[in-house]
Write a new protein. Structure first.
Length: 96
């Protein structure tokens, strides 16, 4: 990207957006799987008192899960994004 004129800041932002997107997709997949399993939970628990309450998947818990997954993705991508933005174009092309 630097070879075609991208600045360090542009490369850093691209890497961070990719990390945030991966975190968002992972969070969505986790929410879907969690909602499906929480629907089966009462039948798996049988006649226990806790099983009568039903599932608890609220909008607040979905928003919190998505925000945490995006934040973890961004935090995990900060150092690699910074290192990639500081890399020289010749060194980046050498490993491809």
């Amino acid at each position: 990207m630097k070879a075609i004129g991208a600045r360090n800041n542009d490369i850093l932002l691209i890497f961070l957006f990719n990390a945030a997107f991966i975190g968002l997709v992972g969070g969505i997949i986790g929410i879907v799987i969690g909602a499906i399993f929480s629907g089966f939970l009462p039948s798996l628990m049988g006649n226990l008192p806790l099983a009568r309450g039903g599932t608890i998947v609220s909008l607040n818990s979905i928003i919190m899960a998505l925000s945490v997954s995006v934040a973890v993705g961004i935090l995990a991508g900060i150092i690699p994004a910074y290192q990639a933005s500081k890399l020289k174009p010749v060194d980046a092309l050498r490993y491809e």
